[in-house]
Write a protein that binds this ligand. Structure first.
Ligand code: EZ4
Ligand code: CO
Length: 403
């Protein structure tokens, strides 16, 4: 028994907003969990403070599964990004505590390492194909084995995935949502040209990825997948919205380009059909938005039955705590595929000192007990919350499009 005696949330903005849950037990051990939901940070903060923390006090921090079931089944109102991010934060913090008490890094509690380290992909982008590929070549130079390519589309002002700062990509960059213009026709012409040029310049010994960001209909996605086949992309990500999982049947009928989806998923129910019917190759659900390590392990176990591998979301809006949790998870599961890795800024890294390290295109979570990440509360207090939103997208006729 290790009784929970206190818990609190910490909201900080070292360049971008993060919400952290800290749980303390009677013997003075504490654990941290990420509760960041980009653009909706304070909703999760209030959910935790008002509705979850009071229910945690007095419980045994070691009963991770029971507390997960209690928060999920007990709330009556199941699933959704706010609830599942809050549950995830509790789950991460409890695994962190268990690891610290055991004196073992989390991956050891999850069954031990299945691999020596975790292959990650970095983000190269640019206004033009040339600029994108110059940035991609720089990633290859740094040892990256896999690179996501996003390039500006001729005739379209501003494209998602193309950032001002080429080193630290941050899409949530305005006080109220910026409006961007989208043209499917222009986009569908541009991407195959990007990949053709990429293979000519970067060769074939590097994995190339692309994120469609839910912008296409299933039949358009099928066409893009087919057009990209000659360039052997590692995956085509979020090619069409997946609220309707059957959408992917149509995509699958038309292309052998591997498909990845799920960064916005909250639970196994969001990907049950996708996995069971083998409509995807990579599931991108994350620790922070899909109910924590406890639930993500269930998704990965289910996916393994159907030859679906993992490719966890790892953008800058997932804090270093989430990144560490993902790395312990990635190291310990048999069907790991790849891990997204967008570097955090030095300000963020300073607030969240961590044990994970990057070397030669691979990340390793380190050997510190638990997650191996801390939060410097004094530094965090120096960066107050600042509202920030992702942009929105409109078609050329003004109608709203998927972001
Ligand atoms: O737009 O994390 O693959 N990564 C992405 C990200 C998402 C943001 C949303 O919060 O698509 O850049
Ligand atoms: Co994405």
């Amino acid at each position: 028994m290790s009784k929970i005696i206190a818990a609190k949330t910490i909201v900080t903005c070292p360049g971008r907003n993060f919400v952290t849950l800290k749980i303390v037990t009677e013997d003075g051990t504490y654990g941290v969990g990420d509760a960041t939901l980009n653009g909706r940070e304070l909703a999760v903060e209030a959910y935790l403070t008002e509705h979850v923390i009071p229910c945690l006090i007095g419980r045994d921090a070691h009963t991770i599964e029971d507390i997960w079931q209690y928060l999920y089944k007990g709330a009556y109102w199941r699933r959704g990004p706010v609830t599942m991010s809050a549950i995830a934060a509790v789950d991460m913090a409890l695994w962190d505590i268990k690891g610290k008490v055991a004196g073992l890094p989390l991956y050891q509690l999850l069954g031990g390492a299945c691999r020596s380290s975790v292959m990650v992909y970095g983000h190269a982008n640019g206004e033009t194909i040339d600029e994108t590929l110059t940035n991609a070549a720089a990633y290859a130079q740094q040892g990256y084995k896999a690179i996501r390519l996003q390039s500006g589309v001729p005739g379209m002002k501003g494209t998602y995935g193309v950032s001002k700062d080429k080193f630290f990509y941050e899409p949530a960059d305005s006080d109220l949502p910026k409006e961007t213009i989208w043209s499917t026709e222009k986009y569908l012409r541009a991407v195959p040209e990007l990949f053709k040029a990429a293979r000519e310049r970067l060769g074939w010994d590097i994995h190339l990825l692309h994120d469609v960001h839910h912008r296409l209909t299933p039949i358009e996605a099928g066409r893009l997948g087919k057009d990209l086949e000659p360039y052997r992309p590692f995956w085509m990500e979020d090619c069409t919205p997946a609220e309707n999982q059957e959408n992917f049947r149509l995509v699958r009928q038309h292309t052998t380009t591997p498909l990845a989806v799920g960064e916005v998923f909250n639970s196994i129910w969001d990907c049950k059909t996708l996995i069971q019917e083998q409509l995807i190759d990579y599931i991108r659900a994350t620790v922070v938005h899909a109910g924590g390590i406890t639930h993500l392990r269930k998704i990965a176990g289910f996916a393994d039955l159907y030859n679906v591998r993992t490719g966890c979301h790892g953008a800058t809006d997932l804090s270093p705590i989430s990144m560490a949790a993902a790395l312990h998870f990635d190291l310990s599961i048999p069907n790991f595929g790849i891990q997204e890795y967008m570097r955090h800024t030095p300000e963020t890294d300073a607030v969240f000192p961590h044990a994970y390290t990057f070397e030669d295109g691979m990340l390793h979570p380190g050997e510190a007990p638990g997650l191996g990440v801390d939060i410097d509360e004094t530094l965090a207090a120096g960066h107050p919350y600042k509202r920030a939103y992702l942009p929105v997208a409109r078609r050329e006729d003004g109608a709203m499009h998927d972001w």
